[in-house]
Design a binder for this molecule. Structure first.
Ligand SMILES: Cc1cc2nc3c(=O)[nH]c(=O)nc-3n(C[C@H](O)[C@H](O)[C@H](O)COP(=O)(O)OP(=O)(O)OC[C@H]3O[C@@H](n4cnc5c(N)ncnc54)[C@H](O)[C@@H]3O)c2cc1C
Length: 490
């Protein structure tokens, strides 16, 4: 508990919500005034400083949090600068004796939080921190030998049988939050300059409703209309078969505990086995997020180093031209290009396409996984260091529980299987919209007359493939087998 009567600061970071926010609750229970604060302390030289799409979302999310706090008679104080110095200033201005926050788990964030904590304690200020953004603290789940897990299934089994299951979410911190006699100065949200100077965010605005209210609405809509069909629909990018909660989770606008208990509730009250199975399948995906954080915490170097060190010797290619074609969605493989264009237009890409496009970059083009991870980092609204690192290393074959390197996604058959009518391709690659199945998946093999009728001029209106998939696959496999040691490490 915070010291009675004196002000308590709530330092918001990736927990931009008022429901089920234990840091806010602890500050509210202290009995003194509550000072909610957000500090723009991003170090621009950090290679993983938030990317452009995340900064756009952050602007909207802070605006939403600020409104929610106002509805509780409070405010969100915005400051910018190094967090330790800003917090010291705020403590001086408000007389706060407690600072509360939700934990973060990346190496740089842990180091910053440790530094802040010791400076505050040295100044006689209490600190209270909470695991509010994960179901299981990343250090709490261990194998029987006490080691962190590297494989998902046993990790998830250990989570599900852990005696400390996620407790039910908390509610509002109260009807109103006590205010300080005098509010400290705040920057205006615009002064944080989070939104792009040149407005490219129209597609993002049309697609998303950032903020806690949007997150809760998204969850209820998914429980009502999506959960039951999740196992079958989750792999089909043309239908809205997944929850699309990832950016909301990224910013902590909703907690995994809220989602977990809502889904358990749906499982408990379900009358059909189908809903129960769908609920379990969905919880398992939340489990992948937990696994990603488990890896980030226990193997922090993996944000830019492969978990499997043998991959340090992999002969990645270097081609600015191929990288650009991939980024722009102009590889000549319609399914890949559709994914990359969905990302550019909406700041999000379906999971199936994340795997297909990442495989195309690392295997067909043999470009380094890190160059793909950095592009995703800048363009995804849900860019999350734990999930992005896991996703890229998994696909590239160099990470935990990775897809074997020799499993190379076929960019044509993946489209045929997961977008059988070609609807997803038609939506994102409109210049091919008049091509029928099966040519829409491989226009370079379509009869010339048919291309003409569909208004497609290869090399003009749509690119020819930048690689021959069969040859590129052989090249990637040869490089991979070249890594093999005499003792057969790979
Ligand atoms: C190369 C690559 C990069 C990725 N980068 C990110 C990223 O930066 N941020 C991000 O949130 N996810 C990332 N993912 C994981 C996954 O693609 C997204 O979480 C998912 O597409 C989000 O959509 P959804 O919320 O509708 O998912 P749903 O299927 O509805 O799943 C619900 C939640 O479970 C979690 N989840 C689902 N699948 C995964 C997964 N494979 N790994 C980890 N968590 C998962 C997410 O938090 C998601 O919101 C990446 C995957 C790959 C292959």
């Amino acid at each position: 508990m915070a010291a009675l009567g004196t002000a308590a600061i709530v330092w918001f970071r990736d927990d931009l919500r008022i429901l089920d926010n234990p840091a806010l609750e602890a500050a509210a229970q202290s009995g003194g005034p509550v000072v909610p604060v957000y500090i723009d302390s991003f170090n621009r030289s950090n290679p993983w400083a938030p990317g452009s799409a995340v900064r756009w979302w952050l602007h909207q999310s802070l605006s939403s949090l600020s409104r929610s706090l106002e509805s509780l008679g409070s405010r969100l104080v915005l400051r910018s600068g190094p967090a330790p110095a800003v917090l010291r200033e705020l403590i001086r201005e408000t007389g706060a004796r407690t600072v509360c926050w939700s934990c973060r788990y990346g190496a740089l964030e842990l180091a910053e939080d440790a530094k802040v904590r010791s400076a505050l304690i040295a100044a006689g200020v209490r600190t209270e921190s909470f695991n509010a953004n994960l179901l299981f603290a990343p250090w709490s789940i261990r194998s029987s030998s006490g080691e962190p897990f590297r494989v998902f299934t046993p990790f998830w089994r250990a989570c599900r049988s852990d005696p400390a299951q996620p407790h039910p979410p908390g509610g509002l911190p109260g009807k109103a939050l006590p205010s300080p006699a005098r509010w400290p100065e705040s920057l205006a949200l615009e002064e944080l300059a989070l939104e792009p100077a040149v407005d490219w965010a129209g597609g993002l605005r049309q697609t998303w409703k950032p903020g806690e209210e949007g997150a809760n609405r998204q969850l209820s809509g998914f429980l009502q209309n999506g959960l039951e069909n999740y196992p079958g629909a989750r792999d089909m990018p043309a239908v809205s078969g997944t929850s699309r909660l990832s950016p909301h989770l990224r910013f902590g606008e909703i907690s995994p505990r809220q989602i977990w208990h809502a889904v358990l509730g749906a499982i408990d009250t379900a009358t059909s086995a189908r809903v129960r199975e769908a609920g379990e399948a969905f919880l398992r995906q939340l489990g992948w997020r937990e696994f990603a954080y488990h890896l980030l915490f226990n193997f922090p170097e993996t944000v830019d180093q492969p978990l499997r060190p043998d991959f340090l010797r992999f002969p990645w290619r270097d081609s600015a031209r191929d990288l650009k074609a991939w980024q722009r969605g102009r590889t000549g493989f319609p399914f890949v290009d559709a994914g990359m264009r969905e990302l550019w237009a909406t700041g999000w890409m379906h999971n199936r396409l994340r795997m297909v496009t990442a495989s195309f970059l690392t295997k067909d083009l043999m470009l380094p996984w890190l160059s793909g991870a950095r592009w995703f980092w800048d363009t995804l609204v849900d860019a999350d260091l734990a999930n992005n690192t896991l996703g890229w290393q998994w696909t590239a074959g160099c990470g935990a529980d990775a897809a074997p390197y020799f499993r190379v996604f076929n960019p044509v058959s993946q489209g045929q299987k997961f977008d059988p009518e070609g609807h997803y391709i038609r939506r994102w690659v409109p210049e091919l919209a008049a091509l029928p199945v099966p040519w829409i998946f491989r226009p370079w093999e379509a009869p010339a007359a048919l291309l003409t009728r569909a208004g497609v001029r290869l090399g003009h209106t749509y690119p020819r493939p930048i690689v021959d998939h069969a040859k590129a696959r052989e090249r990637a496999l040869a490089a991979y087998y070249g890594l093999r040691q005499p003792n057969g490490i790979l």
